[in-house]
Design a protein around this ligand. Structure first.
Ligand SMILES: Nc1ncnc2c1ncn2[C@@H]1O[C@H](COP(=O)(O)OP(=O)(O)O)[C@@H](O)[C@H]1O
Ligand SMILES: [Mg+2]
Length: 222
């Protein structure tokens, strides 16, 4: 479903070019889950941004099914992000001026994929029924992340990209959010790519890879 081949990415910095990704290969099957680990600064977020179509590779290819991201126009990339990718971040990134119910439907509406039945099911399974009229600032961190998950899944994306989604939660909230996420994905075709620093979190996913020196390695080799 997702094929990353020989991806290189460098940034221009005042100290000169910084080669972050130096030949990254990755395969993620439909409906499967993968934990991406690696030290801070190893390039995990960079790789997620490239896959999300938020930035472009310097070399190599990122393929989703038959589509090559590097061959897409900006408009096609924007459409890819809107319709096929769900994004979840450590800092939740909810829209502070919108109530929970409107945050939940926001991306799905943009994508023209708002499905009231599916949203109701997400609300039920994420336990958000009593929180729909609240604003993000009136929620705990774990509750905000459940809303962010619901928002990302409401448009039924092919790929969910999560960048340290439990990184700012305590252990109990983190476990709860992860459990809900894995339950929701268990009977869905959505694939999951999750960046995490937690070995405990990573071990719940089907596959673990470690980004090191610009490449991916199996955890045993890392
Ligand atoms: N836009 C950018 N411009 C210059 N350097 C960047 C940029 N984004 C990230 N970097 C650098 O690239 C490296 C990898 O960053 P990142 O992908 O955020 O790592 P991780 O998510 O694994 O912590 C870091 O050294 C970071 O400082
Ligand atoms: Mg990061």
């Amino acid at each position: 479903m997702l094929d990353v081949q020989g991806v290189f990415k460098r940034y221009a910095t005042p100290q000169g070019p910084l080669a972050v990704l130096q030949g990254v290969d990755l395969h993620l099957g439909q409906g499967s889950s993968l934990a991406l680990m690696g030290e801070s600064g190893s390039g995990k977020s960079t790789l997620l941004h490239l896959i999300a179509g938020l930035d472009r590779v310097d070399a190599g290819s990122i393929r989703i099914g038959r589509q090559h991201l590097q061959q897409m126009s900006e408009a096609q990339l924007a459409n890819w992000r809107r319709t096929e990718v769900g994004l979840v971040f450590q800092q939740f990134n909810l829209i502070s001026s919108l109530r929970v119910e409107d945050n939940l439907g926001f991306q799905a509406r943009l994508a023209g994929r708002f499905d009231p039945l599916w949203q109701a099911r997400l609300v039920e399974r994420l336990g958000l029924g009593d929180l729909l009229r609240r604003y993000p600032e009136q929620l705990s961190g774990g509750q905000q992340q459940r809303v962010a998950l619901g928002r990302a899944l409401a448009s039924k994306p092919r790929l969910l990209l999560a960048d340290e989604p439990t990184g700012s939660l305590d252990e109990a909230s983190s476990d709860e959010v992860l459990k809900l996420l894995l339950e929701l994905l268990a009977d869905s075709p959505t694939s999951l790519l999750m960046v995490t620093h937690s070995q405990r979190v990573a071990s719940r996913l089907q596959q673990i890879v470690v980004l090191q020196h610009g490449r991916l390695a199996d955890p045993v080799e890392a």
